[in-house]
Design a protein around this ligand. Structure first.
Ligand SMILES: Nc1nc2c(ncn2[C@@H]2O[C@H](COP(=O)(O)OP(=O)(O)O)[C@@H](O)[C@H]2O)c(=O)[nH]1
Ligand SMILES: [Mg+2]
Length: 356
């Protein structure tokens, strides 16, 4: 799953990217003109996987991952200040989710922070972009109608596009609309941006971090939001040893690393859960959608496993940690066999029985 970091120039996108990926992409006081975004694969922090890895001592430990894309600043000198170029918009359309980064630290160059209006500026861009797509298509449909091409399919498409147009004109995202599966199908090809899961990263300074209740409350009316301190977290990510990091975090009264906090938040936001496979070869977390069944889970491991699915041997990771061994879980009566239709829960440890 790909998450695009989007925000006005100097909101701290690259800083956050670096903090999360421990990379050293160039942080600049000016929007740079580099054409390519920075891309990195980031592990989703999961303490359970660490614990299981200690228990099984596998050759390999694999976390679920998300792909993070740090966009270049908004096009400078384009028609509107802060507008998104069409090349960038095409890239944004390929993302699974969008994180809007808002500057909440004072900066010599940019002055006092205005996170709420900054978010509104970008949001308006996204709404406009979708509106243009919808209206172009509506024009095209109208043109077809005048030519006598009035199929029921086109009429249905027109109806759902009108709904979308009204929603966007009211400054609301398409994701807020309750569309049925037929409507979803009709608009599936448009890759509307405001249909994607979206959340705000409030990038606070070291000095005001944790003291932004009012701003967070305001933004929360419309967005899911997480507060972060990019600069501080980037410094933190550069410590060479875990011990050093831990001590520094303790000093600042931080219990969980930003990396864990942000990746877990994004993961949940996107409606993902993890199931786990264990063994002496590998302990591994697998990402599936909340609500996926055992046979779908099997398919994420390998298509053979879903094709030849017989049953899933299943127990929860929490039980394993509590009882200390698989035998303990069995003796405690928490081991169960499940069929194809079983809805997998977050933290389920699965062993798929199959034959092909
Ligand atoms: N004080 C403070 N400065 C920050 C923070 N995050 C980023 N900056 C500074 O803001 C400037 C722009 O950051 P950058 O990550 O390049 O922004 P981008 O244009 O959104 O990628 C740099 O000078 C950063 O050092 C922060 O949390 N606190
Ligand atoms: Mg940048």
């Amino acid at each position: 799953m790909k998450i695009g970091l989007l925000g006005l120039p100097n909101s701290g996108k690259t800083t956050i990217f670096n903090a999360l990926t421990k990379s050293e992409a160039e942080v600049t006081a000016y929007a740079n003109n580099k054409a390519e975004p920075n891309i990195a694969i980031v592990d989703v922090g999961d303490e359970r996987i660490n614990t299981l890895s200690d228990m099984y001592k596998p050759k390999k430990t694999t976390y679920a991952t998300i792909e993070l894309v740090d966009f270049i600043g908004f096009a400078k000198g384009s028609a509107r200040e802060g507008s998104i170029s069409s090349a960038q918009m095409s890239l944004i359309k390929t993302m699974d989710a969008i994180a809007l980064v808002a500057r909440n630290f004072s900066d010599d160059l940019m002055g006092n922070p205005t996170p709420c209006t900054d978010i509104e500026t970008i949001d308006t861009e996204l709404l406009l972009s979708d509106l243009i797509v919808a209206e172009n298509r509506l024009e095209r449909i109208a043109w077809n109608f005048t030519r006598g091409k009035k199929t029921t399919e086109l009429e249905s498409e027109e109806r759902v596009l009108r709904k979308i147009q009204e929603e966007l004109n009211n400054n609301r995202h398409i994701s807020d609309l309750d569309l049925n599966s037929e409507e979803e199908r009709l608009i599936g090809g448009f890759q509307f941006v405001t249909k994607k899961p979206l959340f705000v990263i409030l990038n606070s300074g070291e000095d005001n971090f944790g003291h932004n209740d009012k701003i967070i409350e305001d933004l929360r009316r419309k967005y899911k939001i997480i507060e972060f301190s990019g600069n501080f977290e980037m410094e933190l990510s550069r410590f060479s040893s875990d011990e050093e990091t831990r001590l520094f975090m303790e000093d600042m009264g931080i219990t969980e690393s930003a990396h864990n906090r942000l990746t877990c938040f994004a993961y949940e936001m996107l409606g993902y859960i993890s199931f786990i496979t264990v063994g002496t070869d590998e302990v591994r977390a697998w990402a599936i959608h909340n609500g996926d069944t055992a046979v779908e889970a099997a398919g994420t491991i390998h298509s053979d496993l879903s094709r030849g699915f017989i049953r899933a041997e299943c127990f929860s990771c929490d039980d394993l940690i509590e009882y200390g061994s698989e035998k303990g879980v069995r003796d405690g009566g928490h081991f169960h066999l499940e069929g194809k239709g079983y809805k997998v829960k977050d933290g389920d440890i699965l062993n798929i029985r199959f034959s092909v």
